[in-house]
Write a protein that binds this ligand. Structure first.
Ligand SMILES: *Cc1c(COP(=O)(O)O)cnc(C)c1O
Length: 369
């Protein structure tokens, strides 16, 4: 016991550690960035073209369009589908707010649905039940790196725009995150499984019309220089980020494999409700469920172990969505998950010592459901 206490005062476990993540590839990253500086073409150049080609190939789509963030990816994909004021977009209430903000930015209304107790992913039956004449799109979210099986949604007549911001490389059999629906949207926010050194995102699609529209929308709506076909935006992925992403894309599968091994270690050693095994999972987040979430989180913090909450407040209870008119109790599964879920440290640089400390402290203080 004394030995453990000593160890935990010296060993700290951050929730994520990007410094460790980047230290091992520092030379490659510096070379990639300095090459861009050497060429001094910073916008819509060859790094972006190469990254788009390689990322499309990686996901298994015909096209990729690099954009400025995951939120913009979702917005441009929905806009290219024709989503606008008066339309509804179905999405889960248990997700990061950006999924819904993208629809709101276009004047559309998020139509929220609850999630499955077992997986925390969109409830497919509720989704099919919610689809009506105003529904223009469904946005399944591959939350925590878990692949939503989109097959049952593909025939419902409403196009799917996948939110794959947490699921780079998630694939199972013939399904791949981002390649199942009309378009897939990725974020390269630094802490995602594939992260830039700043903001970034991408839309992937195999539909040539969506591809052309999104390319225009991200670049001021230009068809050719100074000919503006539509009202567009400045929403591009820059050359430095594309060069960095090309370096990190090569490592993505091996980094995802390391995440899976850490998840296995947690699965085998934790004595609390661990995440379900979903085939193709890339373990973006490792989320346990306990009865004493807040107390456990506090005790872990005191011992130097940082944890996260994903997400403490479902979208239907967010102040900005009060207008949607959902009272507490409307989506009971998401509300339960919000109270009981705790995200443990999960990133490729997490050492075995750190993993053991997390397990030991969680097992010591967690109250099982
Ligand atoms: C990160 C994230 C986004 C937003 O991506 P940004 O690049 O931060 O704009 C959207 N949806 C989900 C599920 C995310 O995790």
């Amino acid at each position: 016991m004394a030995a453990n206490v000593t160890r935990s005062t010296t060993l700290r476990v951050p929730f994520v550690d990007l410094r460790a993540e980047h230290e091992s590839i520092r030379d490659s990253l510096e070379r990639a960035m300095s090459d861009v500086l050497e060429r001094s073409q910073f916008i819509l150049g060859e790094q972006l073209a190469r990254f788009e080609q390689q990322f499309a190939e990686y996901v298994g789509t015909r096209y990729c369009i690099g954009v400025s963030s995951g939120t913009e990816a979702l917005k441009l994909a929905l806009e290219a589908l024709g989503v606008g004021p008066g339309d509804e977009v179905i999405l889960p209430t248990n997700t990061f707010a950006a999924t819904a903000l993208a629809a709101c930015a276009l004047g559309a209304t998020p139509r929220l649905v609850d999630v499955c107790e077992e997986t925390a992913l969109l409830d497919v039956e509720q989704t099919l039940g919610a689809a009506g004449p105003r529904t223009k799109a469904i946005v399944p979210v591959h939350l925590f790196g878990r692949l939503v099986d989109c097959a049952p949604l593909l025939d419902c007549g409403v196009p799917l725009i996948e939110d794959a911001a947490q699921a780079h490389g998630a694939r199972y059999l013939d399904q791949s995150a981002g390649a199942q629906g009309a378009a897939g949207c990725f974020s390269f926010y630094p802490t995602k499984n594939l992260g830039a050194l700043g903001d970034g995102g991408a839309v992937v699609t195999s539909d040539p019309q969506l591809y052309e529209r999104i390319r225009q929308l991200r670049n001021y709506g230009q068809q050719e220089k100074y000919v503006h076909e539509t009202i567009g935006y400045n929403a591009r992925l820059d050359e430095i980020q594309a060069a960095v992403l090309l370096v990190k894309l090569r490592l993505l599968d091996s980094r995802n494999e390391v995440r899976r091994r850490i998840a296995q270690f947690y699965d085998q050693n934790l004595r609390v409700a661990t995440p379900p095994l979903v085939p193709g999972d890339v373990c973006h987040l490792y989320v346990i469920r306990v009865a004493n979430r807040d107390a456990l989180r506090e005790r872990l913090a005191e011992m130097g172990v940082e944890t996260g909450l994903h997400y403490p407040l479902p979208l239907h209870l967010q102040p900005c969505f009060a207008e949607l008119g959902h009272a507490r109790g409307s989506f009971p599964v998401a509300e339960r998950l919000a109270e009981q879920s705790l995200s443990l440290p999960m990133y490729p640089g997490l050492s075995r010592d750190q993993q053991e400390l997390v397990v030991e402290l969680v097992n010591r203080w967690a109250e099982p459901l």
